[in-house]
Design a protein around this ligand. Structure first.
Ligand SMILES: C[S@@+](CC[C@H](N)C(=O)[O-])C[C@H]1O[C@@H](n2cnc3c(N)ncnc32)[C@H](O)[C@@H]1O
Length: 227
């Protein structure tokens, strides 16, 4: 049974993209694996199919829409939890190498099993804290994109992302509402670090019209593509 095929029009109109039948099958399987995993550990409260599609699948992809035309890039998802946004990104963009990081071993074990079940050769799960892993030579300044959703305050998220980024890289902070005080906190952090806010993208989710923001940050004197 397909949970998401009736939503393909939304993918087309809002992302200008349609999954292949294989990708759609992977999204369906991801949904089933998350429901199954939820019976063993607390992964997500978002379990209804339309909700899952909008808040986990669509939202994960919308944050990287500005980079959609890029190929063969390296992405790190810090605080991935059950694999969001990293796993939908790895499904949608097979040429991107996606590393999923979480500080909780059980979450990483779930992400690793999911990657194996979905047969995603372009994704790996790594246990550790973002602020520790980003100091290791194999991760430092190696990524084109660092994505982070629902992990903490924007300046904290930015501090996790920055060391991972190449000079030409971009951090994407996935936010719901974007409050003036959050923007101020982030500006203070950016002024102290070699970082700049290159764009704040406000949009609505396609089914429930929830407010979302993608905040893009780059090491100073670079800019995001397709903006
Ligand atoms: C609320 S969950 C969000 C999960 C996922 N990003 C999402 O949007 O569905 C936050 C996750 O971040 C992880 N986390 C918190 N601080 C972290 C850190 N410093 N480094 C790595 N993971 C962290 C937690 O273990 C948890 O799984």
């Amino acid at each position: 049974m397909s949970h998401f095929s009736h939503l393909c029009d939304h993918w087309q109109t809002t992302l200008n993209w349609l999954p292949t039948p294989e990708q759609l099958a992977q999204f369906e399987k991801l949904y089933e694996l998350v429901l199954e995993g939820n019976s063993k550990q607390n992964l997500t409260r978002i379990t209804e199919p339309d909700d899952f599609w909008e808040k986990h699948l669509w939202d994960s992809l919308r944050g990287v829409l500005a980079f959609w035309d890029r190929e063969n890039i390296k992405v790190i998802d810090i605080g991935t939890g059950a694999g969001f946004p990293g796993i939908p990104i790895a499904i949608a963009k097979p040429s991107w190498q996606v590393t999923l990081v979480d500080s909780k071993q059980k979450k990483v074990a779930f992400a690793a099993e999911t990657i194996e079940n979905l047969q995603l050769p372009n994704a790996i799960a790594q246990w550790g804290r973002g602020e520790d892993i980003n100091k290791l030579a194999q991760y430092k300044k190696k990524y084109d994109l660092a994505v982070v959703r629902a992990v903490g305050k924007p300046d904290l998220c930015a501090s996790y992302c920055l060391p991972f980024l190449k000079r030409s890289g971009t951090a994407v902070l996935y936010r719901g509402q974007w409050l003036p005080e959050e923007s101020e906190q982030l500006d203070i952090f950016c002024n102290q670090e070699e970082l700049q806010v290159v764009k704040q993208d406000r949009f609505q989710t396609p089914l429930t019209e929830g407010i979302r923001h993608s905040v893009y940050l780059s090491p100073r004197s670079t800019s995001i593509s397709n903006s």
